[in-house]
Write a protein that binds this ligand. Structure first.
Ligand code: MTE
Length: 302
């Protein structure tokens, strides 16, 4: 399909040992054939100092406050969440509002594998191979009306299964939002798996948003409601601290978090001598998304 986006990173960015060598061979091959400019994504990936992230790293160093605020709490507690029979309410400005069974949604979607950089607002990053589908495809299923301008998302709120919601660290349920054009962008996906396996609960099973050019906290987990609206929806982190977390939350090395710089990131998994690399504008997806923000002051709309 024409709107589909081609992967920017490849398995070479994920598979440890063979990666560097293989990538060099690929690049040498491409250069030899004079095709380097035809594959800008690969050319960019080859110059990035990316470390692989293992299943272990991706699934044991998490933020999912419904299961506790420690990085290892979600891996320890998220097994309590029952994901069988999961349903998603899609409502607001859509032609076909209603309750969508997760299994039914999955049967309608084309599942793809995409390897994205993940950049947390806390200034660390990972490279993660997601499986899932474009959010656009789900929104098309519900039929977005012309008057819709934003998409609001809501996480499940289950005090019996989520020990963390007993604490008022955030205003529950966790909510997030995107502008409609951001939501419809081909990079924006709903992840249902990692490394070809079902996404673990701590990473947001059974359905979790991934917006690779935004800080990780926009990636709302275990979604139960999607609402199309005509006004900017509230977001959990903006409600909790609007000075530190704006609605847009685009990765931007030039706009610092009030308490720390966003110019560099610590690559998770780079061992004792944790490697820091420069953070890229829009997390490296500038070519694909900069046009969405043309004319906007990104220091104001952070
Ligand atoms: N979604 C919910 N429901 N609750 C959360 O606490 N944390 C966010 C985001 N989505 C969070 C959430 C934050 S701060 C980050 S950095 C990412 O999830 C972490 O995703 P990961 O654990 O898969 O790396």
């Amino acid at each position: 399909m024409a709107h589909r986006w081609t992967n920017d990173l490849t398995w070479d960015d994920v598979t440890p040992e063979a990666a560097y060598l293989k990538r060099r061979q690929i690049m040498a091959g491409i250069a030899g054939l004079g095709l380097a400019t035809a594959l800008p994504g690969m050319a960019r990936a080859s110059t990035d100092a990316l470390e692989p992230n293992t299943w272990e790293e991706i699934t044991t160093y998490n933020n999912y406050y419904e299961f506790g605020t420690g990085k290892d709490d979600p891996a320890e507690n998220a097994h309590m969440l029952t994901t069988e029979g999961w349903q998603i309410e899609i409502d607001g400005l859509v032609d076909r509002p209603g309750t969508y069974a997760f299994d039914q949604v999955m049967s309608e979607m084309t599942i793809e594998e995409r390897i994205y950089r993940f950049r947390c607002v806390e200034a660390w990053s990972m490279v993660i191979p997601w499986n899932g589908f474009e959010l656009k495809d789900l929104l098309d299923l519900a039929g977005v009306q012309d008057s819709a301008k934003y998409v609001a998302f809501e996480t499940a709120y289950r005090p019996d299964e989520m020990p963390g919601v007993a604490y008022p660290v955030l205003d529950w349920p966790y909510v997030e939002g995107l502008r409609l054009d951001e939501a419809m962008h081909p990079l924006t996906m709903m992840a249902t798996g990692i490394y070809g396996r079902t996404i673990p609960n701590q990473n947001g099973a059974p359905l979790r948003l991934v917006v690779p050019w935004k800080y990780g906290f926009k990636s709302i987990k275990s979604i139960v409601r999607i609402t199309l609206t005509d006004s900017e929806p509230p977001t959990s982190w903006n409600k909790s601290n609007g000075r530190e977390y704006g609605f847009y939350s685009n990765v931007n090395p030039e706009v610092d978090h009030p308490r720390w710089s966003q110019a560099t990131e610590r690559v998770i998994g780079s061992g004792l001598f944790a490697k820091r690399i420069p953070t890229l504008m829009f997390n490296g997806y500038e070519d694909e998304v900069a046009s969405l923000y043309e004319g906007m002051d990104l220091a104001k709309f952070y």
